[in-house]
Design a protein around this ligand. Structure first.
Ligand SMILES: NC(=O)c1ccc[n+]([C@@H]2O[C@H](COP(=O)([O-])OP(=O)(O)OC[C@H]3O[C@@H](n4cnc5c(N)ncnc54)[C@H](O)[C@@H]3O)[C@@H](O)[C@H]2O)c1
Length: 329
């Protein structure tokens, strides 16, 4: 097999590239470097600089590198931005996916792996863990493009004999090495790091949720565990005669409250500025915790890294880009 990894210079994609290479897989990256960082890629990996909306670039790359499977990580991923620019999000994430799938089918490539998201679930009712049977009700154009993307992937798979896997990521954190860390400041961990670096109090959005300490509960998954799940899914797809579709959650199965996260961040970073509680944000579910039982059963995958690993490695990545942060600790 030769796997094309779209978005391979991105945060998730770069970890997938390294995990697959380390496991002996043959890999080629397609990335337009719109949000990716080329230096995340190891030396020697073939990189095609282009968009997955560009049919000619896809055809040339499939042909030249003998691609036999695609891991589609590239996408736009910011919820707020998707609310402001829904047409662009549908164009890139969904129309682009249709273009890519059309070229994949046309080239006779039989395996496709899709980066989906827990955003497909929206605000799940109740306290139960989220299984793949939990009804999907995305609350943003971003989440909609991921859910409709899954529908398209599965339908194209059925119609054209493409074996597919959709992976629904929960909250991703950490890095295999500091250079690979996420550069965005959109999630709770970098938002806390950012405030602490500036000497400001980090913000907790609401402490009156129906949870034990009143703050929202989330499921964090280490990006290396996530990358290992991609390898397991790719290997399943590569089996002779692989067919059908599989959609699985990728989370740790453990709920962490924002307050508990604040405590862990203080411990790891040495920054003890107490967090301040501000008003709730609209649309934040009280609790979102995955069941990963299906991924365990179908992929033989289990997450292995804990919250301290995630926060410590994320902090190392942060101080690499913000050296003043360590000094202020
Ligand atoms: N990071 C998260 O918390 C998270 C959570 C759930 C799902 N996801 C999904 O995981 C995937 C990867 O996310 P990430 O965090 O690595 O994002 P990222 O922005 O770091 O990486 C995306 C990569 O795709 C590339 N890209 C974007 N548009 C492209 C195009 N048209 N053609 C070619 N390359 C293009 C970018 O340059 C970048 O390298 C996305 O599909 C995202 O929706 C991410």
């Amino acid at each position: 097999m030769t796997w094309m990894i779209t978005g391979g210079a991105g945060y998730v994609g770069a970890h997938v590239v390294r995990t697959m290479l380390d496991a002996g897989e043959s890999v080629v990256v397609l990335d337009d470097i719109s949000s990716g960082v080329p230096s995340r890629l190891p030396e020697g990996v073939p990189v095609v600089r282009g968009s997955y909306l560009d049919r000619e670039a896809l055809r040339r790359a499939f042909d030249r590198h003998g691609v036999t499977g695609v891991v589609h990580c590239a996408a736009k991923k910011q919820v707020g931005e998707s609310v402001e620019q829904p047409i662009w999000y549908y164009e890139t994430n969904l129309h682009g996916l249709a273009v890519l799938l059309d070229e994949v089918v046309g080239a006779g490539i039989g395996r496709f792996l899709f980066s989906s998201s827990a955003a497909v679930y929206g605000t799940p009712p109740g306290d139960d863990v989220i299984t793949e049977d939990t009804p999907c009700a995305p609350m943003s154009p971003y989440g909609e493009t991921k859910l409709a993307g899954e529908w398209l992937v599965r339908a194209a798979g059925r119609a054209h004999g493409l074996a597919t896997v959709c992976l629904r990521y929960f909250n991703i954190a950490g890095a295999e090495r500091p250079e690979l860390a996420d550069t965005g400041v959109f999630n709770v961990i970098p938002l806390f790091f950012d405030a602490l670096t500036r000497g400001d109090a980090p913000k907790i959005f609401g402490d009156d949720y129906p949870t034990p300490d009143g703050t929202c509960i989330r499921d964090y998954i280490h990006v290396e565990d996530l990358a290992e799940a991609h390898l397991a899914a790719a290997r399943r797809l590569a089996q002779p005669g692989a067919s059908g579709d599989l959609t699985v959650n990728l989370g740790s199965g453990t709920g962490v409250s924002v307050r508990a996260m604040a405590d862990m961040i203080a411990e790891v970073t040495g920054h003890r500025e107490p967090a301040v509680v501000v008003a709730r944000r609209e649309g934040d579910p009280a609790r979102s915790v995955a069941s990963y039982a299906l991924a365990q059963k179908e992929l033989g995958w289990t997450p292995r890294r804990d919250l301290r690993d995630m926060v410590t490695s994320a902090w190392e990545g942060w101080v690499l880009r913000h050296p003043e942060a360590r000094a202020a600790g």
